[in-house]
Write a protein that binds this ligand. Structure first.
Ligand SMILES: C[C@@]1(CC(=O)O)c2cc3[nH]c(cc4nc(cc5[nH]c(cc(n2)[C@H]1CCC(=O)O)[C@@](C)(CC(=O)O)[C@@H]5CCC(=O)O)C(CC(=O)O)=C4CCC(=O)O)c(CCC(=O)O)c3CC(=O)O
Ligand SMILES: NC(=O)C1=CN([C@@H]2O[C@H](COP(=O)(O)OP(=O)(O)OC[C@H]3O[C@@H](n4cnc5c(N)ncnc54)[C@H](O)[C@@H]3O)[C@@H](O)[C@H]2O)C=CC1
Length: 212
């Protein structure tokens, strides 16, 4: 299968997770940074999910699955341990709704990559379902290679880009300035906690372009 990767905006969209075990917990955790309206349908949930429910991160319906549970859902996760229940979820899914089955059977609208999140910086890996174990290993490698400093680094690059776009109108010069920014030592300065140096570098770059 040749999957098409995209980054979805799920804010204020309804996402239904059918099942309340460890796989449901994993899917719920990956949805938490979004503002999706998360609904869990399951007669039983693991304690970690219960804690999220108590914090108000999701709504739990303590019940067996019924087709009407999917009303208004944009995204659906069929993550029970019973194939016949996952089949029932699939049958109740409308053609316009997107379905993921954790048992990788039947209709597959999307699968979940492994994700390393550093603020706005997202690193994802997938083997298209071939080896989730390899996917997890690659995630750990990415996580070590791109540490927490990248969150602040990318936040700085975002702000600097806004300022450069505002100041430099000529596309080639603008591109050069953005490249200079990324090939500079800003990441090292952020690691050292020297945000002043980052700001000075940006101001110099802006000044150079203004007086060009
Ligand atoms: C197709 C896919 C559908 C989907 O769930 O979206 C799928 C399917 C299945 N996974 C299975 C097993 C395992 N899955 C993991 C881990 C993860 N699996 C994830 C995604 C995906 N798993 C999608 C494609 C991923 C890709 O492209 O490579 C990750 C990346 C993200 C996430 O879960 O959201 C998450 C990374 C963890 C992290 O982020 O840390 C581990 C390892 C572990 O947990 O340590 C194991 C045990 C070892 C093994 O089996 O390899 C089974 C067999 C179940 C059984 O035996 O009953 C099936 C069904 C089948 O393939 O038949
Ligand atoms: N994609 C992935 O990363 C992985 C996928 N899997 C697959 O995911 C399935 C689920 O795994 P776990 O969460 O570990 O299983 P689990 O046994 O911990 O949880 C199953 C959940 O399904 C719920 N359930 C059962 N009948 C239901 C019904 N009629 N309506 C609503 N909910 C119902 C149960 O209450 C329970 O909360 C596995 O059977 C396997 O096929 C397993 C490991 C990893």
């Amino acid at each position: 299968m040749s999957y098409y990767p995209i980054c979805l905006n799920l804010d204020y969209k309804k996402v239904v997770i059918v099942g309340g075990g460890h796989v449901a917990r994993q899917k719920l955790q990956s949805l938490l940074p979004t503002k999706a309206e998360i609904v869990i349908i399951s007669p039983v949930i693991v304690p970690e999910i219960e804690a999220y429910i108590q914090q108000g991160a999701a709504t739990w319906y303590e019940k067996h699955f019924e087709a009407s549970d999917l009303d208004g859902a944009a995204l659906i996760f069929a993550v029970t341990n019973l194939e016949e229940i996952n089949d029932a979820v699939e049958q109740a899914t409308q053609h316009w709704q997107l379905l993921s089955r954790a048992d990788a059977k039947g209709r597959v609208d999307f699968i979940n990559p492994a994700v390393v999140r550093r603020g706005d910086f997202l690193l994802t890996a997938s083997t298209s379902g071939a080896s989730p174990t390899l996917t997890r290993k690659v995630k750990e490698e990415l996580s070590a290679a791109y540490d927490e400093a990248y969150e602040q680094y990318v936040a700085f690059l975002k702000q600097a880009r806004f300022e450069l776009m505002d100041t430099i109108q000529e596309p080639t010069i603008r591109k050069q300035a953005l490249q200079t920014l990324v090939s500079s030592e800003i990441l090292e300065w952020i690691r050292e906690g020297n945000t002043k140096k980052c700001e000075e570098f940006l101001q110099q770059l802006l000044q150079k372009e203004i007086t060009r």
